[in-house]
Write a protein that binds this ligand. Structure first.
Ligand code: SF4
Length: 474
């Protein structure tokens, strides 16, 4: 059984994709660590990287090659200034050399040394192999897999060992929704309180608060930046950023100079049903426009679906509860993180394994349950809200046009956020003891659906919108 922290589910990173950008970036960093541990780092003369399966098929659009080069250069995806991406990549491509971990200059021609290989490796559709030729001529290689949400593994056996080690530390080990509910009942605690106890076994409460504040800060910043940036998104699809215009129309004459004042200004606008829909959509679009332009977002549980959770939290702050504070943010993030981890354990959060139900479906489900707790729902109602949200995303395919995380991805976040709010409202008005479909059953259904789905709809851009719409039409 796997034990996953909220900080594994919600990670600060760089767009556009957790599995195709953040994962390969982290894998490159892990490979450097491995070379250092084996005392081979100083001996490296040449390197190359093979990207397999989905990483190859949609890797260009998802900036996998850029992420690998930044990882090999030793940059941290959490702190690297995103405005420097272009400069760093330009240096590598124009000089045909790379500074491995910022220390060791080696020849590197991206077009030759990053190989897009359509073949799928057996363990997971997102495989990559890093290869090094050492100065004495010997060859070394390591394969990693990006299994969704920025998680990377080297091989199943090792991963299991780590899981077991981590699992042992949690006072409330949770694999299924039923177990979570049993703990809530036995302890008389809410979901977020149970999750907090688990987190406290890994780090101090001050560290937890600090980490969650950082996550919320990035979420809010990505909404603010996206809602105040106009123009066309990169990649060649010529997609116009829409959050800017929506915010401008909705905010009217209200003045503000930063994100906190923006929240206050939105609270002062008049909102009816249409404006609520538009605000929630604006928040979600904003995050995913930032994501699509290689900006900084929180992977929640993936980058393609990074807008749903911030948009629903922001909805609570500016529409439902004008007194909402960090305590509410904390509850929301803890609860949503736990629901995401139950999905990861029982099914998948990788679009390459399960299509878009694994990204937008899971993020909507996470947000629905977390919102339900803030709205005063019982733990049973929270999981009912999560179930409803996923039930109506089952079977959703992943078919990004031109392999870019733009169409249908950006709008899908708005739809996922709206569904989450509706699922929450329905659960709040329901008796969960009468629910016919418990959360665990919908997770099992999602997994079976994922297995039945053809690979055309699993982040390969070989089916659906990706083949109906040509980049030349855009
Ligand atoms: S279609 Fe969905 S799963 Fe696929 S890249 Fe877009 S957001 Fe991610």
């Amino acid at each position: 059984m796997e034990s996953i922290s909220v900080f594994d589910m919600l990670k600060i990173g760089v767009g556009p994709s957790s599995s195709h950008t953040l994962g390969p970036w982290r894998a490159a960093l892990r490979w450097i660590e491995e070379l250092k541990e084996k005392k081979q780092f100083e001996e490296v003369a040449e390197i190359s990287v093979d990207l397999y399966g989905s990483l190859s098929l949609t890797g260009k659009g998802h900036a996998t090659d850029i992420a690998v080069m930044l990882g090999l250069s030793g940059f941290d995806p959490v702190t690297f200034p995103i405005e420097n991406i272009e400069k760093e990549i330009d240096f590598i491509t124009s000089e045909n050399k790379l500074k491995l971990n910022g220390e060791l200059e080696i020849p590197f021609i991206p077009k030759q040394n990053i190989i897009f290989n359509r073949k799928f490796l057996e363990f997971h559709p997102n495989g990559m192999t890093f290869r090094a030729t050492l100065k004495n001529g010997s060859k070394k290689s390591s394969s990693y897999y990006s299994i969704g949400g920025g998680f990377t593994v080297k091989e199943e056996r090792k991963r299991k060992k780590i899981k077991l080690a981590k699992f042992a530390q949690f006072p409330f080990p949770i694999e299924k929704g039923t177990e979570l509910l049993a703990y809530c009942k036995a302890e008389g605690k809410s979901i977020s309180e149970i999750v907090l106890e688990n987190e406290k076994s890994l780090r101090s409460e001050a560290e937890i608060n600090d980490g969650l504040k950082k996550i919320w800060h990035v979420m809010l910043d990505s909404m603010y930046v996206g809602a105040h940036t106009e123009g066309i998104l990169p990649g060649g699809l010529n997609v116009t950023r829409r959050a800017f215009e929506m915010n401008k129309n909705l905010i009217g004459d209200h003045k503000y100079t930063n994100a906190e004042e923006w929240i206050a200004a939105i609270r002062n606008t008049e909102v009816k049903f249409r404006q609520i829909l538009k605000w929630v959509s604006c928040f979600a679009l904003a995050v995913n426009e930032v994501n699509a332009s290689l900006g900084r977002v929180v992977t929640a549980p993936t980058n393609g679906s990074a807008g749903v959770i911030p948009a629903v939290m922001m909805y609570y702050m500016v529409i439902e509860n004008h007194d909402a504070n960090f305590e509410d943010v904390r509850k929301f993030l803890l609860t949503s993180g736990e629901i995401g981890s139950i999905f990861k354990k029982g099914s998948t959060i990788s679009a390459a394994m399960g299509g878009c139900q694994a990204e937008i479906g899971v993020s909507s489900s996470m947000a629905a349950g977390a919102l339900c707790e803030l709205m005063g729902g019982t733990p049973e109602q929270c999981l009912m809200a999560s179930e409803i949200a996923m039930e109506h995303h089952l079977g959703m395919t992943c078919d990004p046009i031109a392999g870019l995380v733009q169409i249908p991805c950006i709008e899908r976040n708005a739809m996922g956020a709206i569904k989450a709010i509706n699922a929450c409202e329905m659960a709040l008005d329901s008796d969960p003891s009468k629910a016919k479909v418990p959360l665990d059953k919908v997770i099992a259904t999602m997994w079976e659906t994922a297995k039945d789905m053809t690979s055309k709809y699993k982040e390969t851009s070989e089916g659906g919108l990706a083949v109906q719409v040509n980049i030349s039409d855009c």
